[in-house]
Design a protein around this ligand. Structure first.
Ligand code: TMP
Length: 241
């Protein structure tokens, strides 16, 4: 794995090339941002915790037939991944109303949705990651109609698997964001990460709407104890495997 070169630095990860052109190394950072990077900070130990959680979740999903970019975790905050062309889409799945769904529709926080909601957002910081309609997504040629169906199907399947797994952790999966990429062999792979940065996770042992939060909303909303919450998610994930 010589010849490492920085390929891309994002808000939470740095991607390096390796001596294999099909494999990248992702370094998970402790940096945290929210509200399109208007709020910035650090969460001590986040890189290692998120790398560990994401690795376990990718392995679990792979074992259930979901194709992901995950290869292995050579160091606590490093993940080897298959190189993909990331689709410029954020695929959000919601089971319970929270966040922008409440802000934009007036649905009350915590309302259980009758069916999971799958949404697509344009990955474009300059435009503020706007919510897309199906027709806008096709208009912009961000995915083919077949890919769109496949993304929706995959997102719903991943949701079922993650709901069941987090239930074993006594955690409610409120909502989460996925990113997908296309491999050199044109395969659609789940990419990026699944972690407390990208999910809303509520501790089932708590009913207080602030105390139950185990995810990045603690950072977004200055609820405190961010590191403890992330660590607690990791411990529960490891115990439930
Ligand atoms: P939202 O309610 O703010 O639209 O967020 C929905 C889910 O997506 C929530 O679990 C947080 C996650 N998310 C990200 O991972 N990255 C983002 O940039 C945003 C806006 C949300």
């Amino acid at each position: 794995m010589s010849e490492e070169q920085k390929l891309y630095e994002g808000k939470a990860k740095i991607l390096y090339t390796t001596d294999d052109p099909e494999i990248l190394l992702a370094h998970f950072k402790d940096d945290a941002t929210a509200f399109n990077a208007q709020k910035r900070g650090q969460i001590a130990g986040k890189g290692e915790i998120n790398c560990a959680i994401a690795s376990q979740l990718f392995e679990l999903l792979e074992a259930k037939g979901i194709s992901t970019h995950f290869i292995d975790r050579p160091a606590p905050n490093q993940m080897r991944v298959k190189r993909v062309q990331i689709l410029p889409l954020e695929v959000v799945v919601r089971n319970i109303a929270a966040g922008s769904l409440c802000q934009q529709t007036g649905l009350p926080l915590g309302k259980v949705l009758p069916n999971p909601l799958v949404e697509f957002y344009l990955k474009n910081d300059a435009l503020g990651d706007p919510l897309l309609t199906r027709d806008r997504l096709l208009l912009l040629e961000l995915a083919t109609p077949q890919q769109l169906n496949q993304l929706t199907e995959q997102a719903l399947r991943i949701n079922q698997l993650l709901i069941a797994f987090f239930q074993d952790c006594s955690i409610t999966l409120v909502d989460f964001k996925l990113e997908f990429g296309i491999s050199s062999s044109q395969q659609l792979l789940l990419a990026d990460e699944i972690s407390p940065d990208t999910c809303r996770l509520w501790n089932q042992a708590e009913t207080d709407p602030d105390k139950r939060v185990m995810d990045k909303d603690r950072f977004r909303r200055d609820l405190g104890n961010v590191e403890d919450a992330y660590q607690q998610v990791l411990e529960r994930v490891l115990a439930a495997l």
